[in-house]
Design a protein around this ligand. Structure first.
Ligand SMILES: [Zn+2]
Ligand SMILES: [Zn+2]
Length: 342
């Protein structure tokens, strides 16, 4: 089959063709796995983190891609529910051990054996991939393949970040940064917590205008003070300054949830400005979001089909993956990018 492989960690400033198009043997499903014929794979910012080594793959060469939609082509001997032709999705969680205290407690995202699709197992930048049957999702009929793919990552993680804020209907919430995940998160909050006010902090005027269009109560630049203190804030930016800005804007007992797989080193010194009484005192909390559980993905797909959230997509051929990744790196973003093999 055709696949794009990453052979080693590389710097995208110097190398704009990090992935190599090649032919590899078709994967063969083991007993509990299915073989999927990939119809679409979303391109995610996390692929840049894998390529540049901020969240490095556990083996090379690896096939990236963790927002996969396709149809079952073949099944291992012990596959129970899926049959040939069924449409399924694969998300960031590829597998977990199933027996540790995290898995048993519904926090399989924290499992020490957590494997990420396209990082610790081959992913969807290919014509075919294999995945355990239990780690696939039924896709609501309302979505085309291309519309569904981008929901599998930013949307599902966004849903988890809202869940981790512990928000109650009527409490107010801030969103720092308003990229692809922010658009979705705002819509989730409006749906789940219709009486909550949403305050959006974004650097670009376009983003602020879009946030208002989607129903934000207030918008401001990333270091503006909101008109009132907030019960919780979700930070999706890669920088540190926003962390202190957010902590300052929280109410007593408020919680900041950081939804970023890695923060960049560039402005880390800003943290030296931390003032205990202003930023942390009165039981303010900071929590990060790590990975997703299967329940998060399934729950979010249901919510997204009810709202509905229909992502705008920009389609590339599989062969154009390096172009899509370079554009993502340079923030040339018009809707979510997806790859279509064949
Ligand atoms: Zn992703
Ligand atoms: Zn486990």
């Amino acid at each position: 089959m055709k696949a794009l492989i990453l052979k080693s960690i590389t710097n995208l400033e110097q190398n704009n063709e990090p992935l190599v198009l090649t032919r590899v043997p078709d994967p063969v499903p083991s007993d509990h796995e299915i073989l999927i014929k990939v119809s679409v794979c979303g391109v995610c910012h996390t692929e840049l983190d894998e390529i540049e080594g901020r969240t490095p793959p556990s083996f090379f060469p690896v096939i990236p891609g963790h927002q996969v939609i396709g149809n079952v082509e073949a099944s291992g001997k012990k596959v129970k529910y899926l049959k040939r032709g069924d449409r399924v999705g694969v998300a960031w969680i590829f597998s977990s051990c199933g027996i540790c205290r995290y898995c048993l407690g519904g926090n399989e995202n924290l499992c020490p054996e957590f494997k990420a699709t396209g990082r610790d197992a081959n992913g969807g930048y290919a014509e075919y991939m294999t995945v355990p049957e239990d780690y696939t999702y039924k896709i609501p009929d309302i979505f085309t393949d291309s519309q569904a793919a981008p929901l599998l990552c930013a949307g599902a993680v966004g849903y988890r970040s809202v869940k981790l804020t512990g928000l109650q209907n009527g409490q107010n919430i801030g969103l720092t940064g308003f990229g692809a995940s922010g658009h979705i998160v705002l819509q989730i909050i409006k749906y789940q917590f219709p009486d909550s006010k949403i305050f959006v902090f974004a650097r670009s005027e376009n983003e602020r205008a879009f946030a208002l269009e989607l129903g934000a109560t207030w918008v401001g630049d990333s270091d503006y003070d909101p008109p009132e203190l907030l019960d919780s804030i979700i930070d999706t930016t890669p920088v540190w300054k926003t962390v202190l800005d957010a902590l300052k804007n929280l109410k007593s007992g408020g919680r900041l949830v950081i939804n970023a797989i890695r923060k960049e080193e560039i402005d880390k010194n800003y943290l030296l400005n931390i003032d205990y009484s202003r930023h942390l005192w009165m039981e303010k909390e900071i929590k990060s979001v790590a990975n997703v559980t299967r329940a998060d993905v399934a729950k979010f797909l249901g919510i997204a089909s009810e709202i509905p959230i229909i992502p705008e997509v920009q389609v590339y051929k599989l062969e154009e993956a390096n172009i899509a990744l370079t554009e993502l790196k340079n923030r040339k973003i018009r809707g979510a990018k997806v790859l279509v093999p064949g």
